[in-house]
Design a protein around this ligand. Structure first.
Ligand code: SF4
Length: 292
C-alpha cells in the first residue's frame, strides 16, 4: 500500500473518509495504478480539491465509493460505534446523543445569536417523526421545535391525524436558529444533520415526514422541487447510522409542505392534507370523529 506523507493530504483524506462513513459507506478499495498514472497522493489531492458541494448534494448514499484506503487514526475513530449504540433504551440513547452534541460549536450557527440548542421533543419510540429545517425565534427562546405559529399549525395537523403531539417525535435538520430565520446553509446542514440521523436511528419510526424542501433534500440527499418530492413514499435509512435492530430496517419517508409555508399560502393546506392522509393510511390511523 502506498504511504501518503503529505499531512494536508492525509488530513483531507481522513475528512473524506469520515464524510463517506457518515453516509453509511464503510468499504473502500484502491484501484491498481497503471503505468504513467499520477501517484495516489496526487490523485487523491485532485479528488479532494475538485469535488464541489453541489456534487455531494446529488450523491446517493447507497453508492459505493472508490477512494484510496489509508490507515489513519482519525479515520478509524470515525468507524467506531456511536455511544448510543451501547444501549437499547431509546431514552438513554437520545440522552447520549444530546451529551455528545454538548454545547456545540461545530458550525457557525453557534455564534450567530442562538440562545440555546433545540434538540428535539416527543416520544422516543414514536412511530411517526416530523423533521423541519431549523428553529425559529420562539423555538430558540423555548428550546423546543415547532412551538410558534407554525408549531400551532403542526399541532393541528397532528390532531387531525387522530394522534397527539406527545405521540410523535419532532426535530429539525439544524439545531440552532439561523439568524433572521434564513434558510440553513449547506455546510451547516452537513455538520448538524448526522445528529438528526442518529436520533432517527434510535427512535426507529415507521414513517418520517419531511416538512419542506430543506428537510426533504437533506434527508433524501436529492435536489428536486417540492412538486416532484411530494406524493410518494421513499425508503429511508438514516445516513451513517447503521441499524443494529433486525426488526427495523429503515422508515418510509414522505414529504409535505412546511407549516410556515402553509401559513403564507393556506390554499396549499388541502395538498398537505393529502400527504398526511397517505401517511395515515400507511400507519392505520383514523381521523378523530369530532372535527379538530
Ligand atoms: S446547528 Fe448543529 S452543528 Fe451547528 S452549532 Fe448548532 S448544534 Fe452544532
Amino acid at each position: 500500500m502506498a504511504t501518503i506523507q503529505n499531512p494536508d493530504i492525509r488530513r483531507a483524506l481522513a475528512e473524506r473518509i469520515r464524510y463517506y462513513n457518515e453516509l453509511g459507506i464503510y468499504d473502500f478499495y484502491q484501484r491498481e495504478r497503471q503505468v504513467g498514472e499520477a501517484s495516489v497522493a496526487t490523485e487523491v489531492a485532485a479528488v479532494v480539491s475538485t469535488t464541489q458541494p453541489e456534487q455531494r448534494e446529488e450523491m446517493s448514499p447507497r453508492k459505493s465509493a472508490a477512494v484510496a484506503a489509508i490507515p489513519d487514526e482519525s479515520a478509524l475513530e470515525a468507524r467506531t460505534p456511536k455511544p448510543e449504540q451501547q444501549t437499547t433504551d431509546s431514552v438513554a440513547a437520545l440522552k447520549l446523543i444530546r451529551e455528545d452534541l454538548g454545547d456545540c460549536t461545530r458550525c457557525k450557527l453557534h455564534q450567530q445569536g442562538r440562545k440555546q440548542i433545540v434538540f428535539g421533543v416527543g416520544n422516543p419510540q414514536a412511530e411517526l417523526m416530523f423533521v423541519g429545517e431549523g428553529p425559529g425565534a420562539d423555538e430558540d427562546q423555548q428550546g423546543e421545535p415547532f412551538v410558534g405559529r407554525a408549531g400551532q399549525l403542526l399541532n393541528n395537523m397532528i390532531k387531525a391525524m387522530g394522534i397527539r403531539r406527545e405521540d410523535v417525535y419532532i426535530a429539525n435538520v439544524v439545531k440552532c436558529r439561523p439568524p433572521g430565520n434564513r434558510t440553513p446553509e449547506r455546510d451547516e446542514c452537513d455538520t448538524c444533520s448526522p445528529f438528526l440521523m442518529r436520533q432517527i436511528a434510535v427512535i426507529k419510526p415507521r414513517v418520517v415526514v419531511a416538512l419542506g424542501a430543506v428537510a426533504a433534500k437533506n434527508l433524501l440527499a436529492i435536489n428536486a422541487p417540492m412538486s416532484e418530492l411530494r406524493g410518494r413514499f421513499y425508503d429511508f435509512m438514516p445516513a451513517g447510522a447503521r441499524s443494529t435492530d433486525p426488526n427495523w430496517q429503515g422508515a418510509k419517508l414522505a414529504v409535505t409542505y412546511h407549516p410556515a409555508f402553509l401559513l403564507r399560502d393556506p390554499r396549499q393546506k388541502g395538498e398537505a392534507w393529502k400527504d398526511l392522509q397517505m401517511v395515515m393510511k400507511y400507519l392505520g390511523l383514523k381521523p378523530p370523529k369530532s372535527p379538530v
